[in-house]
Ligand binder design. Structure first.
Ligand code: SAH
Ligand code: SF4
Ligand code: F3S
Length: 432
């Protein structure tokens, strides 16, 4: 039997795309392997959101071709969409290039390859990505389900609208059928995905994300519902209410801020102000007091002054996010911000990033320490990476908890854990 190996970079959407790619290959008679050296086909599912993505891909392809010269390499993901066919000419080890909007064409690309024909599939078609039965679920606790593909926002720094195309919502009934199938497979948690998941609109019924959450939360066997990523601009009172009304909609929200300075937000084309964001946080906390918030920040966006950065720091100190994902601004080819003239020096970006992490780690530790001696519900994800004697799982509010295994418990089980120790990025406890 022919085997394939997949390497995945980037966001949840890419991780889920890898599950879809794997499913399509299994249907073609291939078997997944963790051994890159012996695989017949290697898929590299790439991300281009930051840094020198294209160079990184080229050097990784060189390494893979060196490790296994017999295998054909399929270039997938956002760098594939960015490069189209140009890489085929320079890189003989690549057998096909398949953009994220063309995943369903993988069987065709593979059949062409078997006839020694190299191919390029790029662009965005309007057919929905379906056949969810074939998806190879890599996590037995948390199942990812796409609600909306692509993005219409065009934030001035971001490559995603160019690599994933315009927004396309899946029909509500298809999404619910997929969530139902997760429940039937015994997967207790669903993570509903989209780059701007809260601009979801069913093309048939016009239902929105609040309707989808309500219906998903009502499916028997679904113990937790999460969603990712929300744009602050589309977070409305109905959605807050839907979260507050359903105990199995997780009290956790990732709400990317990007900057605490209204002037920078404007240049980013985020279309909200610092004050609008703070008002939204206060409305959300009024309805769901125990909610855990996380965010994304870009430091050193073109034109960011010390004062702009201080505004971001002050907002972070004020809101107290449980987790902050912060990145130095990275100019992406073809985006407006890459052409702005007032680029911030790399050394300044580095200094700001360090100052930010010092603050956000201190806050995260403070929030986690407040949980010591409390008891939390944890869904078991698998063995802890540090010790095979321990389980690792997550609380409903998305905190990572490690704790000693107890005979009889298994992946996907829900257990009550008393927290005994806290770090900035995880908790340690004992089963009650
Ligand atoms: N759709 C999501 C996130 C997409 S990309 C949203 O709207 O927030 C994930 C994160 O990468 C972004 O939130 C942003 O913080 C970061 N990012 C995107 N482009 C970037 C760039 N050019 N430089 C640095 N960080 C970037
Ligand atoms: Fe990129 Fe902005 Fe779209 Fe998020 S909302 S994917 S940051 S363009
Ligand atoms: Fe990266 Fe594409 Fe996701 S650029 S962050 S893999 S949408």
């Amino acid at each position: 039997m022919k085997t394939f190996f997949i390497e995945t970079w980037g966001c949840q959407m890419n991780r889920h795309d890898s599950e879809r790619l794997a499913g399509l290959l299994v249907a073609e008679g291939y078997e997944q392997t963790e051994n890159v050296d012996t695989a017949d086909l290697i898929l590299l599912n790439t991300c281009s959101v930051r840094e020198k993505a294209v160079q990184k891909v080229k050097s990784r392809i060189g390494e893979l071709a060196h490790a296994n010269s017999r295998a054909a390499i399929g270039l997938c993901g956002c760098v594939a969409e960015q490069m189209h066919g140009s890489i085929l000419k320079t890189t003989p080890s690549i057998g096909f290039v398949l953009g994220p909007g063309q995943i369903n064409r993988l069987p065709e690309a593979v059949r062409l390859l078997e006839q020694d024909t190299r191919s390029v599939f790029s662009g965005f078609n309007s057919t929905e990505p379906d056949d969810f039965d074939s998806i190879v679920r890599s996590n037995r606790t948390r199942g990812m389900v796409t609600a909306i593909e692509g993005c219409n926002e065009h934030c001035t720094y971001c490559i995603v609208p160019y690599t994933r195309g315009p927004e396309l919502s899946r029909p509500l009934d298809t999404i619910l059928a997929e969530i139902q199938s997760l429940a039937e497979q015994g997967i207790p948690e669903v993570e509903i995905l989209g780059q701007t998941v809260n601009s979801y609109r069913c093309p048939k019924t016009h239902s929105d994300l609040a309707d989808l959450l309500t219906l998903a939360a009502g499916i028997d066997g679904i113990r937790r519902v999460r969603f990712l990523t929300s744009h602050p601009r589309y977070f409305n009172a109905k959605l807050i209410q839907a979260m507050a009304d359903h105990p199995n909609v997780a009290p956790y929200l990732h709400l990317p801020l990007q900057s605490g300075s209204t002037a920078i937000l404007k240049r980013m084309h985020r279309r909200y102000t610092r004050e609008m964001y703070l008002q939204l946080v206060s409305d959300i906390r009024a309805a769901i007091p125990h909610i855990n918030l996380s965010t994304d920040i870009i430091v050193g966006f073109p034109g960011e002054t010390d004062q702009d950065f201080d505004d971001t720091m002050a907002l972070l100190a004020d809101v107290k996010f449980g987790q902050v994902f912060a990145f130095a601004f990275s100019p992406r080819p073809g985006t407006p911000a890459a052409r702005y003239e007032d680029q911030v020096p790399e050394t300044t970006k580095k200094e700001r990033l360090q100052a930010l992490f010092a603050l956000t780690d201190r806050i995260a530790l403070e929030l986690n320490t407040a949980l010591v001696n409390t008891t939390v519900d944890v869904l078991i994800d698998g063995s802890s990476r540090r010790s095979p004697e321990d389980w690792q799982g997550r609380t409903a509010c998305n905190r990572v908890v490690n704790f000693p295994k107890r005979p009889g418990d298994s992946i996907g089980d829900s257990v009550k854990v008393t927290i005994v120790r806290a770090g900035p990025h995880s908790l340690y406890g004992h089963i009650l």
